[in-house]
Write a protein that binds this ligand. Structure first.
Ligand code: CA
Length: 240
């Protein structure tokens, strides 16, 4: 399947409550025409730090060129490179101390989606109307859900629900990686928590029925804004 920029669309919106947009996204065609690199990064920390951290990840991913076979390893390696750069920069500039970012990236080739992920941005895919959350949030509460201490409902109200237990720029950085087949008719969504925290998986799935990638992307941004737009909203949609 050949992708064009028409079936891959990105959107970002500052939302209604935040003074800055600390989210970034990337849609980058690989030079040799073998695919696209897609990413969402949601920065945090300091006054300007979040923007900078998210931008560093996106800038590093932008230069990726597929060379060998270990695409998952390559993506994880880029995350580690970005992490080192963020830490160096925050060590050098006290105003940027503790900045970091989530990063969820997908390398889309003709029939496969390779991904790497750190933090609480998300990757969803859908085939035949069945939506699946591919990534697991790297949050303190997610760990408690997994070991049975918290229910999903309790977690949504937990005072530490926003706390990440790893990020790009944190001391702890162990990207999850994987791949799945991506076939004609499939849908793929990368998004920041400004969408996933306010728009349910079911509502996202309904949004995929809106039509092409552009319509889906607009619809999902509007859904997050209609829910209050409390955070920056950023997403990349591919409609295969
Ligand atoms: Ca956010």
């Amino acid at each position: 399947m050949k992708y064009s920029l028409e079936n891959i669309q990105g959107r970002t919106h500052i939302g209604y409550k935040r003074k800055r947009n600390e989210d970034r996204y990337l849609i980058q065609a690989l030079e040799n025409g073998t695919g696209f690199l897609l990413a969402v990064a949601d920065g945090m920390g300091g006054v300007a730090g979040g923007d900078i951290a998210a931008q560093i990840v996106v800038d590093i991913l932008k230069d990726y060129q597929k060379t060998g076979q270990d695409i998952e390893g390559d993506l994880a390696c880029l995350f580690h490179g970005a992490g080192r750069k963020i830490i160096e920069r925050s060590d050098a500039e006290p105003a940027l101390r503790d900045m970091g970012t989530t990063a969820t990236a997908v390398l889309l080739t003709e029939q496969k989606a390779y991904w790497a992920h750190v933090g609480d941005s998300r990757l969803y895919s859908q085939r035949n109307g069945q939506i699946q959350q591919i990534t697991t949030d790297h949050t303190f509460v997610q760990d408690l859900i997994q070991d049975g201490t918290l229910t999903q409902k309790d977690a949504e109200r937990h005072p530490l629900k926003n706390m990440l237990n790893q990020c790009v720029g944190c001391a702890e950085l162990k990207p999850d990686t994987g791949w799945f087949s991506f076939l004609p008719g499939d849908k793929l969504l990368l998004c920041s928590d400004g969408l996933s925290r306010y728009v349910s998986k079911e509502a996202i799935s309904d949004g995929f029925a809106e039509g092409g990638a552009g319509k889906i992307a607009d619809h999902l941004v509007q859904s997050a804004l209609a829910a209050g737009g409390r955070d920056n909203v950023t997403l990349v949609v591919c409609s295969g």
